[in-house]
Write a protein that binds this ligand. Structure first.
Ligand SMILES: [Mg+2]
Length: 148
């Protein structure tokens, strides 16, 4: 936790601006059938704090759009990046948030986090959310740990 704060302070010397979020197992369950507990409050909070919230998903546009609209996430994102936008051949290109001036990536994939940290970005590895984990509080924990 302290390490994270130091990293943030060193990198920004200011409040981070752009928060990049993963969709599957981060904001929703594996099937996109339900939102992670506290997801709406989490997004509302970030928006109220004037962060630019960007969704970056490895899901296809068709699939992700349907989920985002059904779970009522749409109005929170200033930008959405789908698989077709960065890895059209699905060859495993990672989410390099430098390309979009992202400051923080919150994702449940350790590889995405590792690569972004190697680029000097702040990566927050959130435990994967699975359907029915009603006690999950990881999104609020992330806000707390990242001091957002
Ligand atoms: Mg994921």
């Amino acid at each position: 936790m302290h390490l994270m704060l130091d990293v943030l302070k060193n990198i920004f010397g200011r409040k981070p601006n752009a928060i990049v979020l993963d969709l599957d197992n981060t904001l929703a369950d594996d099937f996109g059938s339900e939102a992670r507990p506290q997801a709406m409050e989490f997004l509302q909070y970030l928006q109220k704090q004037d962060y630019r919230i960007i969704l970056w998903t490895n899901s296809s546009k068709d699939r992700a759009r349907e989920i985002i609209s059904r779970l009522k996430f749409r109005d929170y994102f200033v930008e959405t990046i789908y698989r077709e936008d960065y890895d059209p051949e699905n060859t495993g290109i990672y989410k390099d948030i430098r390309k979009i001036n992202g400051d923080v990536l919150i994702d449940d994939d350790p590889e995405e986090i590792r690569k972004n940290r190697a680029n000097g970005k702040v990566g927050y590895l959130i435990p994967s959310y699975r359907r029915g984990q009603l006690e999950d509080q990881e999104l609020f924990k992330a806000l707390d740990r990242l001091r957002l």
